[in-house]
Structures are given as C-alpha cells and as structure tokens.
Design a binder for this molecule. Structure first.
Ligand SMILES: [Zn+2]
Length: 96
C-alpha cells in the first residue's frame, strides 16, 4: 500500500490526518482531512483532499461485496455469542 511522503497542511496550517472512506461510493479509498474538519469552536475547517485515485468500477463492486460478507459474518457471530451466553445462564440456573 502506498504511503504518503508528504503530509498536506490545512487552510489554517495544521497537518491533515489520513483517513479511510467506507462509503459505498469510495470503499477503502484514503483521503486527507483537517483534524478539526467541520467541528469544534470558531470556524470549522473544510480542508479535504483525496490521497488514493478513484476506484475502478470493478474494484468498487468487489470491495462492496467483501464488506457485505464481513458485516454478515460479524452479525452472525454476535448472534451466536448471545445464544451461547443465554445457554450458559440457563445451565447455571438449572445447576444451582
Ligand atoms: Zn484545518
């Protein structure tokens, strides 16, 4: 993975932070944004610049498919943990 050699500075002279987008339009695409982007006191800083080039349509489809699978597996695992916890509670109550 290519890493930035230069850290851009925002409109107020602060070093920008490298983030990763997880939106459907740009999954996994990295960008620089001011650490105080749109927040805080006084004037919000709107500095934003893409670091990675746009994804090809094929890469976008593949990444979104993988993300969907990961989320489905995470949900299934969460449900499984809840079930095992309830079984444990049930068995504990029966034994004591
Ligand atoms: Zn800024």
């Amino acid at each position: 993975m290519e890493m930035p050699r230069v850290i851009p500075v925002c409109y107020y002279g602060n070093p920008a932070k490298l983030n990763t987008s997880w939106s459907n339009d740009n999954p996994g695409r990295r960008f620089f944004r001011c650490k105080k982007f749109g927040s805080g006191f006084g004037k919000p800083c709107r500095f934003f610049i893409w670091f990675d080039p746009p994804l090809t349509p094929h890469s976008q489809i593949v990444l979104l498919g993988l993300l969907k699978k990961v989320r489905t597996l995470e949900d299934a695992r969460r449900t499984e943990r809840k079930t095992w916890f309830l079984v444990l509670v049930f068995v504990t109550v029966l034994l004591f």
